[in-house]
Design a protein around this ligand. Structure first.
Ligand SMILES: NC(=O)c1ccc[n+]([C@@H]2O[C@H](COP(=O)([O-])OP(=O)(O)OC[C@H]3O[C@@H](n4cnc5c(N)ncnc54)[C@H](O)[C@@H]3O)[C@@H](O)[C@H]2O)c1
Length: 373
């Protein structure tokens, strides 16, 4: 790869976790950020076990200077690059069949406190990406699920898919209740309406995962202010609004000692990613992390636990597409990850079940980094 191509690749690196809802695009002519266009479904198979998967075979070899041809040059991005959300694929393609015990006998021994049997969980941003994979984990652990998303149509499709799969795995059992609901998490009225709708369908809420969020890359000195407000509105306000609404509901129910909330932050809330410029996103994720710690203290009296999961670079359909287009980038990314590979969305499943379930009943206010080191 020549220098020009390398530079281009590094600039494209800045698009790794870019998520711009379609509605926020083109609001400022001439100031286009990186964006994704949600057009397809995600596939999240257990790729970490697939030896032929090129993204999990890479080494941690250094890739030369990460600063580009001169110091600081890599922290500038090309505003013209737009990454389409990939138009694929089959969902829950090769999922791992969950274990099930009958009459006290289980196929494998596990701690019962990890079970979410009889619980109802809400996952915001649950129609796609990490939220969808975490939602599947909650259902496989016994919970009913309410998928909340801007994209209700996709949420409905995935809800039906989760139930279809459950029936396939357990044809003789009562299927879980999995519903889809519209909400713009940054809008207080929309959040209230959504919570009411979920309670009317499920009767109660026990757990919340706030995965609705996005990032975009602008250098700070040119970042359009209305977009910063939108970014903070979804990532921070949206997390706050949903958490407080669910906490109010749990407090009103009274005598509930198992209520718990997991907020999805990011490693970007604790470290500064390079080379992509994303100061407002980093600040938003730091806010999410400390919001979890603060609310954990504030709501301890009500037995509501609040924790944060901070993922590193996760290999979603979008990042996979970027890497397919730019094979050199895989080396660049993995050179900065101690375990030498990006995470799979499935790597969050155990973490979210642990933090929501009674297995973590003495854990609150924690930040669990799932970032390969
Ligand atoms: N993918 C990664 O590598 C990564 C790494 C660290 C943290 N994160 C965080 O994880 C979360 C999920 O990321 P992802 O990669 O799954 O993103 P994604 O774009 O694949 O999914 C996000 C979902 O949130 C929904 N959403 C966006 N704005 C919304 C709003 N205002 N109201 C309701 N729903 C909304 C989208 O429609 C989408 O379904 C985000 O908070 C992100 O910042 C992701």
């Amino acid at each position: 790869m020549n220098t020009q191509n390398s530079l281009k690749a590094l600039r494209r690196l800045a698009t790794t976790s870019v998520r711009v809802p379609r509605s926020t695009l083109n609001t400022q002519p001439g100031l286009r950020g990186f964006s994704t266009t949600p057009v397809g479904s995600l596939r999240f198979t257990s790729l970490q076990h697939d030896k032929s998967d090129p993204y999990h075979k890479s080494s941690t070899d250094a890739t030369g200077t990460s600063a580009g041809p001169h110091e600081g040059s890599a922290s500038r991005t090309d505003r013209e690059i737009i990454v389409e959300y990939p138009d694929d694929e089959k969902v829950f393609d090769q999922h791992e069949r969950p274990l099930r015990g009958f009459g006290g006998v289980q196929n494998a021994r596990t701690l019962p406190t990890f079970s979410l049997e009889g619980r109802t969980a809400v996952v915001t941003g649950g129609a796609r990406g990490l939220g969808l994979v975490m939602g599947q984990a909650l259902v496989n652990s016994g919970s009913d699920l309410a998928i909340v998303d801007l994209n209700k149509e996709e949420g409905e499709k995935q809800a039906a898919e989760i139930v279809r799969l459950f029936k396939k795995d357990f044809p003789d059992e009562k299927p879980p209740k999995v519903t889809a609901h519209y909400s713009d998490v940054s809008d207080p009225d929309s959040v209230t309406d959504c919570i009411n709708e979920v309670i009317s369908k499920h009767g109660k809420i026990d757990h919340l995962v706030t995965s609705a969020g996005f990032t975009e890359n602008f250098s700070a000195e040119t970042y359009p202010y209305d977009r910063i407000k939108k970014l903070w509105g979804v990532n921070v306000d949206g997390t706050y609004l949903f958490a407080t609404a669910v906490a109010r509901h749990l407090m009103e129910r009274g005598n509930i000692t198992h209520g718990s909330i997991v907020m999805i932050g990011s490693m970007s809330g604790a470290v500064v990613n390079v080379p992509q410029p994303q100061a407002p996103y980093n600040a938003a994720k730091a806010a999410v992390r400390h919001l979890a710690a603060s609310l954990a203290v504030e709501w301890a009296h009500a037995h509501i636990r609040v924790n944060c999961i901070s993922p590193g670079y996760m290999l979603t359909a979008l990042t996979r597409k970027i890497l397919n287009d730019n094979p050199e980038l895989n080396k660049t990314w993995t050179s900065l990850i101690p375990v030498g590979k990006m995470g799979s969305p499935e790597d969050l499943q155990g973490a979210v079940v642990y933090l929501l379930s009674d297995a973590s009943r003495y854990v609150t206010g924690a930040d669990l980094r799932v970032d390969g080191g």
